[in-house]
Design a protein. Structure first.
Lengths: 111, 113
């Protein structure tokens, strides 16, 4: 039972355009969400998070949107840069000790 | 601060061999985790620990054992390696309070022949 799903294995965008990565979840107990970024041969690094009491959180070029009624979150990157090319994982927490991760989306930003 | 470190970075085993992966963190974190990453399957939790001397099973614990004898170290053991355990293994840690953000090590690439 995949509680966190990233339905797009890959996404390709042009430099300077917007990248939108999507994530859906099924467990209504999840109330904190995170995005991680992973380069090849490195560990995932934390990017941005959002609590369920908010519907938007912004950090520079990165914005995460949360739609609780649809159980959907998205990560927007504007403008996209070639250095943003990486695998992006969304993760969800029910405020216990564990995170549940999605499958990941490979983002490629073309110069 | 080195953060989270993992030893070794690469390893090749033959089926049936055993090995131990070491994770160390210098952030005084209470919680530590072992994940495996396989293509198209994201990060799956193997075992975790919420404090020194404690361990718990995650999503895919079979074939693995763990120990947390010291707060800063979390060991993952494979008693009898199988080809299905070929994967990239990541260790992570976090504090017990505050946000749920976990901090990851650089990974260990394990191949079982």
């Amino acid at each position: 039972d995949q509680q966190v799903k990233q339905n797009s294995p890959s996404l390709s965008v042009q430099e300077g355009r917007i990248s939108i990565l999507n994530c859906d979840y099924t467990n209504s107990m999840f109330d904190y969400f995170l995005w991680y970024k992973k380069y090849p041969a490195e560990g995932p690094t934390f990017l941005i998070s959002i609590s369920s009491i908010k519907d938007k959180n912004e950090d520079g070029r990165f914005t995460v949107f949360l739609n609780k009624s649809a159980k959907h979150l998205s990560l927007h990157i504007v403008p996209s840069q070639p250095g943003d090319s990486a695998v992006y994982f969304c993760a969800a927490s029910d405020r216990g000790s564990r995170l549940t991760f999605g499958e990941g989306t490979q983002l490629t930003v073309n110069p | 601060n080195a953060g989270v470190t993992q030893t070794p970075k690469f390893r090749v085993l033959k089926t049936g061999q055993s090995m131990t992966l070491l994770c160390a963190q210098d952030m005084n974190h209470e919680y530590m985790y072992w994940y495996r990453q396989d293509p198209g399957m994201g990060l799956r939790l193997i075992h975790y620990s919420v404090g020194e001397g404690t361990t718990a099973k995650g999503e895919v614990p079979d074939g693995y054992n763990v120990s947390r004898l010291k707060k800063q170290n979390f060991l993952l053991g494979l008693e009898s390696a199988a080809p299905s355990q070929t994967s990239v293994y990541f260790c992570a840690s976090r504090t017990s309070g505050g946000t749920d953000t976990q901090y990851f090590g650089p990974g260990t690439r394990l191949t079982v022949l």
